[in-house]
Design a protein around this ligand. Sequence first.
Ligand SMILES: C[S@@+](CC[C@H](N)C(=O)[O-])C[C@H]1O[C@@H](n2cnc3c(N)ncnc32)[C@H](O)[C@@H]1O
Length: 223
Amino acid sequence: MFAAVAPRYDFLNHLLSLGRDIAWRRAAAKALREALAQPGSLAVDVCCGTGDLAMALARYSAGKVIGTDFCRPMLLRAREKGRRLSRPPFFLEADTLALPFRDDSLDVVSVAFGFRNLADYNAGLREVYRVLKSGGTVAILEFSRVRWPVFGPLFRFYFHQILPRLGTLISGVRGPYQYLPDSVSQFPDQESLAVAITAAGFANVRYRNLTGGVAALHLGEKE
Ligand SMILES: C[S@@+](CC[C@H](N)C(=O)[O-])C[C@H]1O[C@@H](n2cnc3c(N)ncnc32)[C@H](O)[C@@H]1O
């Protein structure tokens, strides 16, 4: 599915979110800047797609940033975009449910709009927990539930009725832009995701709504 939309993925992200996706990823990177600024820090952005969050992390990193994804056409675009940076992330083909990293080896694991796509969220959380060092931070940026009263119904109309049609028209691919609202409806809301992250063993789990809850940024630490 992602291989089919890779050529138009970034353009559609920015268009369909009216550019908010850039600010959301920037907020995620900023929330991680202390951990990234430690000399020699190792951060992995899983389900990195075309690499935008990995590249945002690289700006704050005093160590290494790696982006992983199992969709090669998305990774190739990430690598191409990274060429513009002086210190680009390293991009690696890998399944988030079986990461090629040792136990307790990473300072930061992030994921933007990819966690929802995992076949098993709890297995994904266990895998992230396994690879993080104790004291390491997980950041999950994902679509969530809008909490603003008037904006909520308007957004839901846009998200369920307009976005799938626009996305299909511009990408020329049937499926992925219908899958987007459908998968968000089935994904845990802010509170339920925080409960799942805590149940996976993370401490100090908190979240912040972005654009009224269109997206939410969850953070947690491995004790
Ligand atoms: C919606 S895109 C998000 C891409 C990027 N993180 C962003 O912020 O735009 C979801 C990505 O997750 C990847 N993905 C889904 N399941 C995965 C898995 N089990 N292992 C690795 N990548 C996965 C897809 O290939 C796709 O590139």
